[in-house]
Design a protein around this ligand. Structure first.
Ligand code: ZN
Length: 342
């Protein structure tokens, strides 16, 4: 992918974007990966080909975790069947999407230590939604990473409502204490984990977690395999396809697979198909706006590649974003003149 000002290159150059956790490391690991790397490692080794059984964390049994790549484990946390993951290096472990409550986060932290026999370095949230970010508070004495937009998102009313639905005091939610705009690297000892905001999509603050040597990228809800993806008020329908192009760039060559926030790993072709469907949603929102369809009727009148309930909440947001870019209803029909035969 090409880096541009929209991804914060100006701020990167100013030194306030990429976080380093090993003072001796002066490279920009994420950018190297995104721009240059075919990842090392082979997903198809015998250790990595275990099936992706759905398992539950919280029972205190490390055996409930499923190895999905070299020293990368997955479990599924309720109530939203979200994928939580543990990535281990030689010296420390990282928890990705640490559950739906601080209590669940504490349980996952204990299980990660038991599972790996290593201290937990910290946790990363792929975006602000309750099932991915509400367990961060259990790691607040360590380092917690996430996009810089999470702090505001976790203070906003939708997050507060979600917290109350889970029986939580909204004040108990914790934003990442190491926020970043573009990228960060986590040194686990003999293994770098790369965190990158590849652009807006499912939310405006999505990040992916790249474990290049294991051939896996955790993509949060930018892609889903348990069902269709979801559009919400905080989605960026117009930007989502290009962000998935960057994800597809990581997957190209077949040596890296995407592990979504819900469901098992996706192949390149699965991800490519879903990228096309996400683009179809973006195109349909723009078509409806340009055709003058009132926003309150747009979801019902649109033609979608997924059940309308997956898309509907994102349609007004899509209208707003397009309007801010100057897209307007047009009475001009797209007619191409045809020369009449003599
Ligand atoms: Zn989500």
């Amino acid at each position: 992918m090409a880096l541009d000002q929209g991804l914060g290159t100006d701020r990167l150059l100013a030194g306030d974007v990429v976080g380093h956790d090993g003072p001796q490391h002066l490279q920009l690991p994420v950018l190297q990966h995104v721009l240059l790397l075919p990842a090392r490692g082979d997903w198809h080794s015998s250790r990595q080909s275990a099936s992706l059984a759905v398992v539950q964390p919280g029972a205190g049994r490390s055996g409930s975790w499923q190895l999905v790549a070299d020293r990368v484990w997955r479990a599924v946390a309720e109530p939203d069947s979200v994928t939580v993951a543990v990535v281990a290096g030689e010296e420390a472990a990282l928890v990705v999407d640490p559950g739906s409550t601080p209590e669940q986060g504490r349980a996952l932290r204990a299980e990660a230590e038991e599972l790996t026999g290593l201290p937990v370095r910290g946790a990363v949230a792929t975006h602000a939604h309750s099932d991915h970010a509400f367990g961060l508070a259990a790691f607040d004495d360590l380092t917690t990473w996430g996009h810089e937009g999470l702090a505001e998102a976790l203070r906003a009313e939708p997050a507060r409502t979600a917290a109350r639905r889970l029986g939580l005091d909204p004040a108990a939610l914790a934003a990442p204490n190491r926020p970043f705009a573009l990228a960060a690297g986590v040194d686990l000892g003999g293994r770098w984990v790369e965190l990158a905001h590849l652009g807006e999509g499912h939310t405006t603050s999505d990040v992916v977690v790249v474990v290049a040597d294991a051939g896996v990228v955790l993509v949060g809800d930018l892609l889903e395999s348990a069902g269709p993806p979801w559009w919400g008020e905080d989605s960026a329908p117009d930007a989502w396809p290009a962000t998935l192009d960057a994800v597809l760039g990581l997957l190209a060559g077949g040596r890296v697979r995407a592990l979504p926030g819900h469901g098992p790993a996706l192949s390149f072709s699965d991800a490519l198909l879903q990228r096309g469907q996400v683009a179809a949603v973006a195109g349909e929102i723009e078509r409806l706006l340009v055709a003058g369809t009132p926003v309150e009727q747009a979801a019902a009148q649109g033609s979608w590649p997924f059940p309308v309930e997956h898309v509907a909440a994102g349609v007004p947001t899509g209208y707003r974003r397009l309007t801010e870019r100057g897209v307007r209803p047009s009475r001009d029909l797209p007619i191409t003149p045809v020369r009449r035969p003599d």
